[in-house]
Design a protein. Structure first.
Length: 258
């Protein structure tokens, strides 16, 4: 287990810096970390670590796994992403159209964003089939292998896009993963031209996704709506038809949030 300990600013508030350092460490350890390991990684006393963790647990930001004696972040941080944003009603306004889209395609529908170097799921509407994919809030998505992140990057202006592209590590996840920047730029061009992004087994074998962007009044990408399902039901030949439905759903939400 490794987690970087960031140098603390001498002008900062010590307890706040320790708390934020612990949150960042927990974020890097999604399977959980023990109190002792957290104290060691952050180089702070165990009693201080315990008090901070207790406070975070009491506020619902951290949960403790009793059998394993480990701590991990809850979904509460994810729910704060849009809680105070200018379009703070995004999820509330999106759920109705998402359910309508789910009823049309019968597959799981997800709303997600790009944050720093990854995509993050905000909410899902589970599919109607007995076998369906689950994308819990807080699920992370690779930028180079997800339909949602592709469509959001494709809609970004160059000054925001280029630093993100420069940061991507093109890790091969399946045989279909895009593993280089030139090929990824071409994929973004295709995504921009058709108005929706696709993932045909690029992140997980056997999983297909089709996504469209929600835009604000300045036509900047805010979030993405994605239909995800097994490739035996969500066929590549049907991407155009499903893409049109996802684009329509995203447009309804875009209109609602402006």
């Amino acid at each position: 287990m490794t987690a970087a300990v960031k140098r603390r600013s001498p002008a900062g508030v010590p307890v706040l810096e320790r708390t934020l350092g612990m949150v960042e460490c927990l974020s890097a350890c999604p399977k959980g970390v023990t109190l002792s390991d957290l104290a060691r990684l952050q180089k702070i006393p165990k009693n201080t670590t315990y008090r901070i963790l207790n406070t975070l647990c009491a506020r619902g930001y951290v949960t403790r796994d009793e059998p394993e004696l480990t701590y991990r972040l809850t979904r509460k941080f994810v729910t704060l992403v849009y809680a105070s944003a200018q379009d703070g009603g995004l999820i509330e306004k999106a759920l109705g159209p998402m359910r309508a889209l789910r009823d049309q395609v019968k597959e799981t529908v997800v709303i997600s964003i790009v944050d720093a170097q990854e995509g993050i799921v905000l909410e899902q509407v589970p599919g109607l089939y007995p076998f369906r994919f689950v994308c819990e809030p807080g699920t992370r998505q690779p930028l180079h292998a997800s339909a949602s992140t592709k469509v959001l990057l494709a809609q970004m202006e160059a000054d925001r896009l280029e630093p993100i592209l420069a940061s991507i590590r093109f890790t091969r996840l399946t045989d279909r993963t895009i593993t280089g920047l030139p090929a990824f730029r071409r994929e973004l061009e295709r995504t921009r031209a058709r108005g929706f992004g696709v993932d045909c087994g690029e992140a997980l074998n056997g999983v297909s996704c089709v996504a469209a962007a929600i835009l604000d009044r300045q036509q900047r990408p805010v979030a993405a709506i994605t239909v995800t399902g097994p490739d035996e039901r969500l066929h590549e030949k049907d991407f155009g038809q499903v893409g049109a439905l996802v684009k329509s759903c995203a447009q309804v939400i875009s209109t609602a949030i402006v």
